[in-house]
Design a protein around this ligand. Sequence first.
Ligand code: ADP
Ligand code: NA
Length: 330
Amino acid sequence: PARPRVFSGIQPTADSFHLGNYLGALRHWVALQDSHDAYYCVVDLHAITAGHDPSVLKRRSRLAAAQLFALGLDPERSTLFVQSQVPEHSQLAWVLGCITGFGEAGRMTQFKDKSQKQGSERASVGLFTYPILQAADILLYQANAVPVGEDQRQHLELSRDLAQRFNSLFGRTFTVPSPHIVKDTAKITDLQDPAAKMSKSSSSPAGIIDLLEEPARSAKKIRSAVTDTGREIVFDAEGKPGISNLLTIYSALSGRSIDDLVAAYDGKGYGDLKKDLAEVVREFVTPIQERTNAYLNDPAQLDKLLARGAEKARSVAAGTLRDAYERVGF
Ligand code: ADP
Ligand code: NA
């Protein structure tokens, strides 16, 4: 039997992915290649919904792709492409927008949060319709599974509703996607603010570890990470969020269990843990940085891989769009 298909996307809104992106999402992308027919997209159309700088967008898309290949996405097994190279995404989004209720779209909490931050007069219509484009991304590939974190659950629910609605209005066209819930997904917090998630929009760069930054810089951030009073190294996400976050990162990058780490650091101090974690991070990022640079230093090869990805994605997307257009009456 054919392998189930998975779709996921990530925005090229920073030069580097951070450890939160890797541990919460991208490492699962790599793992899913073994069990799924994987379609992964650098969603540059989404990246212009909240204001952007045209002079860096293309570079960031290429950096994102280079990092994804460097992390282990295998172009022979996965289809990785840049969204703007497959025009069917925008075309299907229009059709889906026409069967989405204005009130329904207005209930998306991520828009409410983001538009509040920007000021509601300044927030774009693109930011408002973002979840509809996201539905088009998923439905074009007839994805069975979509890896989602808590923050994307409501958007996937909309994708499911739109697939079902289209199918019942116009005839069966789309696979209704299911959330792919990853067990032991690591939510990484800000090193300077253990109550907040590590995020590129974090208030302090000292709070996030970028995959592409100098390991010495990461070591410095880990050294000055906010920890808790007390000196015992135990895992207690509520009572000791700072140390627990460091243990989570350590465990995820080294493959050692939290229990094993807690036992190994019995009687040692926070400084020992931080020093060793900095070393684990260095060992992890160094080969990724080397491979990323190798892709960036061979732009023709990177472009070729992305062109092949887009061509393969397009062959699927164009077939789905053709069916959808026909059903709609075009
Ligand atoms: P950011 O918060 O830096 O803007 P995005 O919202 O672009 O990151 O998230 C991209 C992916 O990375 C999503 O799947 C998201 O769930 C995951 N992710 C982001 N930050 C973290 C984190 N701190 N811990 C775990 N996963 C995260
Ligand atoms: Na975000």
